[in-house]
Design a binder for this molecule. Structure first.
Ligand code: SF4
Ligand code: SF4
Ligand code: SF4
Ligand code: SF4
Length: 584
């Protein structure tokens, strides 16, 4: 009764959790393009997409991905042999245990007409699958706590996954071991199935089970006479059809041998029942909590891999892209591979913001997508992590579950910008990030950051009067003095206006008449700096359109650190603003 009620409660919680999690795939959104698409439309778009895929040649792609990437996990294998073994052992062993052991009354009984849990090869296989999970867990612990992988973070969800699996496995083997030794269980078995014999026969049978089946009797201890054992073997003939020797359950039998000295006391204290409760409760808790834990990736990762294999980011329905993105957040296994390979991961050692690390940013993006429990401070730290990303794509390339991380970063970054959360660094419409986003954005949204910069900074400084072009009367002596005390900043004075920097600048090359679009170009900014023309420099759009690509600096024959000087000038402009940019 207790078992049945607990099982149904666990199944009900699991089903509700599963429905809730899958519903978030259609309710939450990171992509600004899908912000106004209703959940109903997203479900319909997903159903249509699935039908179109299944009844097209893309089905072959799905089958290939299913075999290679889902079942054989070739992506993980490409990245790390250790992780592949760990995953295959845990995943393979656990699924086989679930089907052949936990669901034996449904699966094993249907597949094998001679199935009996205490017969071979089923006893041996059960322990073999259990051993696979244990070795996989040991590899996971070794990797997480002993390998010292740079910046690999272990969070409470990782701890939970390891602990719940370990409790299920260890309690399972202890239960198996204690059941082998249990005298109470032996007696129950004799009463239920044995043909009542005289005392001598019962003693012979018990002696055989003590000697060959690992039972620990409070009265009978070996060694036994050969003829007693022989007699016991004859009486045991009818039991052989449903009981193989326990040695085949090699882990349970090993455990039985270890606990044998305390077996009688444990049996009398009710340890078999206690361990049975622990084992089944751990299984039920694991099942009920699965949709809310990291283990949900068992479901989300394959779906995400399949979806990514057949979806084209440029042509797919934006509703489906938004759904896939939320699914991808659930598919993350928190393996840390992306963080290990991240081009800016090392920055975390100087700026301790976990959102710099792609594997940690996933959790923050989940909160951002849900729109709940997220403060302005949290948004700032997420944004910092997002804009420090160099868009190098390395994380996407190495993710073993094929998450399009690059697209997630872009969507989150754009979503925050469109919610009027300006980034600390200025986003030029010519920057790589904006360039990559251009096809997905309406023109006014695309131009918004630079329009914002013009409004709040450029127009606050006095530009050259186009009709009566004169330099501002007041020279800014402080400007030169400030740059002079900085090693990179002071190099502006080496400039002999050869224009090499301007010729190398991709921003300048983007315009037919750059001086009209940008005001001053790089070599002119260096010259204007030497003249102390602060207003002229700060009102120049070039300063704010600069991509920070460092081409100018690399090419300068005089060693002027042009890009660094531009950064220092931007900082000076902020300091000179009379009114603060924002209160946020
Ligand atoms: S995003 Fe991919 S690579 Fe990064 S932690 Fe998650 S599963 Fe691993
Ligand atoms: S794209 Fe960004 S997050 Fe990904 S590896 Fe490169 S720098 Fe790191
Ligand atoms: S390349 Fe160097 S020296 Fe030439 S104009 Fe630019 S900053 Fe001056
Ligand atoms: S860093 Fe130099 S070359 Fe690159 S955009 Fe800025 S001014 Fe142009």
């Amino acid at each position: 009764m207790f078992f049945t009620v607990s099982l149904y409660i666990a199944l009900a919680v699991f089903a509700i959790g599963l429905l809730f999690k899958v519903s978030t795939w259609f309710r939450y959104s990171l992509s600004p393009a899908a912000a106004n698409i209703s959940s109903g439309k997203r479900v319909a778009a997903a159903a249509k997409g699935i039908l179109l895929t299944v009844f097209s040649l893309k089905i072959l792609t799905l089958l290939k991905v299913l075999v290679l990437e889902v079942l054989l996990q070739t992506r993980t294998l490409k990245e790390s042999l250790l992780r592949w073994w760990m995953h295959m052992l845990i995943y393979g062993g656990f699924m086989l245990l679930l089907l052949m052991h936990a669901l034996d009354k449904i699966v094993s009984v249907s597949l094998f007409s001679d199935y009996y849990a205490t017969l071979n090869p089923f006893m041996f296989l059960r322990d073999l699958f259990g051993l696979m999970v244990m070795v996989g867990l040991a590899l996971a612990l070794y990797r997480r706590f002993f390998m010292k992988i740079p910046r690999l973070k272990t969070n409470p969800l990782d701890h939970y996954a390891i602990i719940i699996l370990a409790v299920i496995m260890v309690s399972g083997f202890l239960l198996e071991g204690i059941k082998i030794t249990s005298y109470t269980r032996y007696q129950e078995m004799v009463e239920a199935y044995g043909e009542a014999g005289d005392e001598e026969e019962l003693k012979a049978l018990e002696s055989l089970w003590v000697k060959e089946y690992g039972v620990v009797s409070p009265e009978l201890k070996g060694p036994f006479e050969d003829d007693v054992i022989e007699k016991g073997r004859e009486l045991n003939e009818s039991c052989i059809s449903c009981h193989s020797r326990p040695q085949w359950a090699f882990l349970g039998y090993g455990t039985a041998k270890i606990i044998a000295p305390a077996a009688v006391a444990l049996d009398e204290a009710g340890a078999p029942r206690f361990l049975w409760i622990i084992h089944f409760l751990a299984c039920f808790i694991g099942l009920a909590y699965l949709p809310f834990s990291k283990m949900f990736h068992i479901i989300a990762s394959p779906v995400s891999l399949l979806a990514n294999a057949v979806m084209d980011p440029l042509t797919s329905d934006p509703a489906n892209i938004a759904t896939r993105q939320i699914m991808e957040l659930d598919a993350c296994t928190h393996c840390g591979t992306c963080t290990l390979r991240c081009s800016v991961g090392v920055v975390f050692e100087e700026i301790p913001n976990v959102n710099i690390l792609p594997s940690e940013k996933i959790a923050s993006l989940k909160r951002l997508a849900s729109g709940k429990n997220i403060s302005q401070q949290d948004i700032r730290t997420i944004q910092e992590g997002l804009y420090l990303c160099t868009n190098c794509l390395r994380c996407t390339g190495v993710c073993p579950v094929g998450i399009n991380l690059q697209e997630l970063w872009f969507s989150a970054r754009e979503a925050l910008l469109q919610k009027d959360c300006p980034e600390l660094l200025i986003l030029s419409p010519l920057s790589l990030y904006r360039g990559l986003m251009q096809p997905a954005l309406p023109d006014d949204v695309y131009q918004k950051p630079i329009a914002l910069i013009n409004d709040v900074i450029v127009n606050r400084f006095k530009a050259i009067d186009q009709e009566h072009p004169t330099f501002p009367a007041q020279m800014d002596k402080g400007l030169k003095r400030t740059l002079d005390i900085s090693a990179p900043g002071s190099t502006f004075s080496y400039c002999f206006t050869c224009k090499t920097c301007t010729s190398a600048c991709p921003v300048v090359h983007n315009f037919e008449h750059p001086w009209e679009a940008l005001g001053l170009v790089p070599h002119q900014i260096m010259h204007a700096t030497a003249l102390g023309l602060g207003d002229l420099i700060f009102s120049s759009k070039m300063l704010w359109a600069c991509l920070g690509c460092y081409q100018c600096q690399q090419q300068c024959p005089q060693g002027v650190r042009v890009a660094d000087v531009l950064y220092e000038l931007k900082n000076l402009a902020f300091k000179q603003l009379k009114e603060p940019l924002s209160k946020g």
